[in-house]
Design a protein around this ligand. Sequence first.
Ligand code: 13P
Ligand code: SF4
Length: 327
Amino acid sequence: MLSESEPRPSEHLYAKVRHAIPPIEWPAFADDIDAIVALKKSRTAVILAHNYQTPEIFHCVADIVGDSLALAREAMHVKADVIVLAGVHFLAETAKLLNPSKTVLIPDRGAGCSLADSITPEDVRLLRQNYPGVPIVTYVNTSAAVKAESDICCTSGNAKAVVVSLGVARVIMLPDEYLAKNVAAETEVKVMTWRGHCEVHERFSAQEVRQLREDHPGVVVLAHPECSPDVLAEADFAGSTAAMSSYVAVKRPAWVVLLTECSMSDNIAIQYPSLEFIRPCNLCPHMKTITLGNIRRALETMQHKVTIPESIAARARLAVERMLTVK
Ligand code: 13P
Ligand code: SF4
């Protein structure tokens, strides 16, 4: 409990996010931030947040932020008793796979993903039957049960390296059709794919990018590889959310557009206030189910615990750990 004279943790945090959050909205966040800071201490918890989380989560309560690959790597090394995963369900499952003795909480059990929903373990088993001997590479945006049927996982940050590391002429890459096609375009490997799409990234079109360039001459266009190959062909750079952040950090383009989820630009713009972000972004309704309110409730009630039956976890873990050995 804070005494009346002690400064509230949220007091100094507003300066960080004032470019993204109007002063009138801040009091609604401040109470939850103060409570979450105290609960993290009392529960010995850390919050891992994906780059698509809103600024009040990303900049004010998260201990570790990043793309799917960074969150997986970091989850493995967490010493605290509790991990709260501010992100979607597959990210929380990956954290649980890699650090099974920890309590992993997801603030909203319904935080799904259109890619994860596009494929079942039965689909993968059928593919293996039909294409014996062809390695199956599964995007981390899948359930643990689908991972368990796979040979190796990948993220948008290492998909090409994972495919090349297998040293084969042909792979099956599931379930993101566009990521698979974008990887195929960069390698000699024949990549067979599935018809899954990210509902956020599939909405961007090549025509939209051409129009952007006409409206904002000189703008630098960065695209996530879950966008279609047509969109990537119009972009200046393609990479995972972490790769986009690094591009902005290193190159500092004066005008930039990130073809990805909206909170990415909000979070990076806070770090680089002198850069201008053009924002034809799309919201991910699943990432947006996570709020300060349900993070606070997760820590108060220790709900919702992520559990994975050991018969699935053991095989899924192998696929994720194999991915983490790829340099
Ligand atoms: P990365 O952050 O790994 O690039 O993935 C984007 C994504 O869609 C996660 O849901
Ligand atoms: Fe899934 Fe796309 Fe949302 Fe990521 S942005 S969680 S891939 S629907």
